[in-house]
Design a binder for this molecule. Structure first.
Ligand SMILES: [Zn+2]
Length: 451
């Protein structure tokens, strides 16, 4: 038999195995994985040149801002950056305009993804005070899960009250999907901001002090309790603290279905960098002291933290670069640099195994969001998504060469080793040898597989 595409002469890496060989894809689906002798003939044959062949890598937390805030980013530019970053699937957030709070918005955005995106996309519906009855319809329209903003952040979407939240978790439990939380206690952080502003503080560390670890810990323990009472599966977005991480470890041990993610900035940067970079590094929740970063690093290695996600949050220079930290908007871009930075810092510098890297950058995100093994695996019969990764290529990031609409990033001038050199989405080669070679968009909305 002759298939559409074979990528050969690579080192195939999965969470459980490493071997020389390649992957064959036909009609967008993986049909063979193995040594050279096990691969069929193909119309198109690509030589990986000894690089790693990973299951397509995921960034399960991006803000592509489409629709409504496309001066910051859109599905075309965001997904182009993802493709250069070796990412084949993303989970895009619902704080766009209008917010993704009903099935019509899921369907509208599915169309935008199809017209504009070069990668596949998961969408989460947002839960607010007034839309609990939209939860099941959003699930039916194709939402991969849900999100609640417990603390004030971009878009100023107010959190539902506790009564509504409890109902919402009950509804989510019925869908079998997962609901995630931007976990920050709004009352504590608003009180702290007022106090610090009254003291005349405008320095970068004031932002860190305004959102202490207890903000995160309090939200996590409340949502874990709600989950226990409703049976909902929950997720904590962008985990930033040792305190939160240790609590989640305990909940997991006790059998609660709770997952979490963290980003390279929380593990490998600290408030010392915040002092230096100021508004560039402003993020909600904030990057904290080194002690928190070391704890998260331990957690990503022992499984208390499930996966890596960037929280790619583009804003214009004007919105971002205000020396008064309260006036500088939170968030920065990172989808394009996520995998190279994480690989370099985790595998090259700190000795993580490449198999574990694949687990936390591909498999675990897909498992948490109910689309494994369609995404996040190399199993025959699943989507033909591959990331080709050269472990030896050295790099230095220049923000001016990134592909997002806006390019403020704390990783500017960062150096390291290990770079994505090929991105294949359902058998379509989108990037090869650092050249963007996509035929056109055509991204798909990734629907959950719920038993
Ligand atoms: Zn976010």
């Amino acid at each position: 038999m002759t298939v559409d595409l074979v990528v050969r002469n690579g080192v195939v890496v999965t969470p459980g195995a490493t071997f020389e060989g390649g992957v064959a894809i036909d009609e967008g689906i993986i049909v063979a994985v193995g040594a050279e002798s096990a691969l069929p003939d193909a119309e198109k044959s690509l030589d990986a040149g000894g690089s790693y062949i990973f299951p397509g890598l995921l960034d399960p937390h991006v803000h592509f801002r489409d629709p409504g805030m496309t001066y910051k980013e859109d599905f075309t530019t965001g997904s182009t950056a993802a493709v250069y970053g070796g990412i084949t699937s993303v989970l895009d957030m619902p704080n766009v305009k209008p917010i993704t709070d009903r099935p019509e918005q899921i369907l509208l955005r599915e169309e935008l993804i199809h017209q504009k995106s070069y990668v596949d996309v998961m969408l989460v519906g947002v839960v607010v005070q007034e839309n609990v009855e939209q939860i099941i319809p959003m699930a039916q329209a194709g939402a991969i899960g849900f999100k609640v903003f417990l603390g004030s952040t971009i878009g100023n979407i107010p959190a539902p009250d506790d009564g509504v939240l409890l109902d919402a978790l009950g509804c989510v439990a019925e869908t079998g999907l997962r609901i995630g939380f931007h976990a920050e206690n709004d009352q504590i952080l608003k009180h702290r901001v007022r106090q610090l502003q009254a003291m005349g503080r405008t320095d970068p560390i004031a932002h860190v002090e305004s959102r202490p670890a207890i903000c995160e810990a309090e939200s996590i323990q409340r949502m874990a309790l709600f989950a226990k009472y409703t049976g909902a599966k929950i997720h904590i977005y962008h985990l930033s603290s040792k305190d939160g991480m240790e609590m989640i470890g305990d909940y997991k041990k006790n059998g609660l279905d709770i997952t979490t993610e963290t980003g390279p900035h929380y593990m490998f940067l600290s408030e010392e960098d915040m002092e230096e970079m100021g508004p560039v590094l402003r993020m909600n929740p904030p990057v904290r002291s080194k002690e928190h970063g070391l704890a998260l690093w331990a957690g990503i290695n022992d499984g208390r933290v499930d996966f890596i996600a960037d929280d790619h949050s583009p804003h214009t220079e004007e919105e971002k670069m205000n020396p008064d930290i309260w006036k500088a908007i939170s968030g920065f871009v990172g989808v394009e640099t996520l995998m190279q930075v994480t690989y370099s810092e985790a595998v090259v510098k700190r000795g993580m195994s490449v198999n574990h890297f694949v687990k936390i950058c591909s498999e675990n995100g897909a498992r948490a969001w109910d689309c494994f093994p369609q995404k996040g695996s190399l199993e025959p019969g699943t989507d033909g998504d591959l990331t080709i990764f050269d472990p030896n290529r050295r790099w230095k990031i220049d923000r001016h060469q990134l592909h997002s609409k806006n390019r403020v990033t704390p990783w500017h001038l960062w150096e390291g080793q290990g770079l994505p050199v090929g991105t294949i989405v359902r058998g379509q080669v989108q990037m090869w040898d650092r050249e963007f070679v996509a035929n056109g968009p055509g991204g798909k909305l990734i629907r959950p597989i719920v038993a």
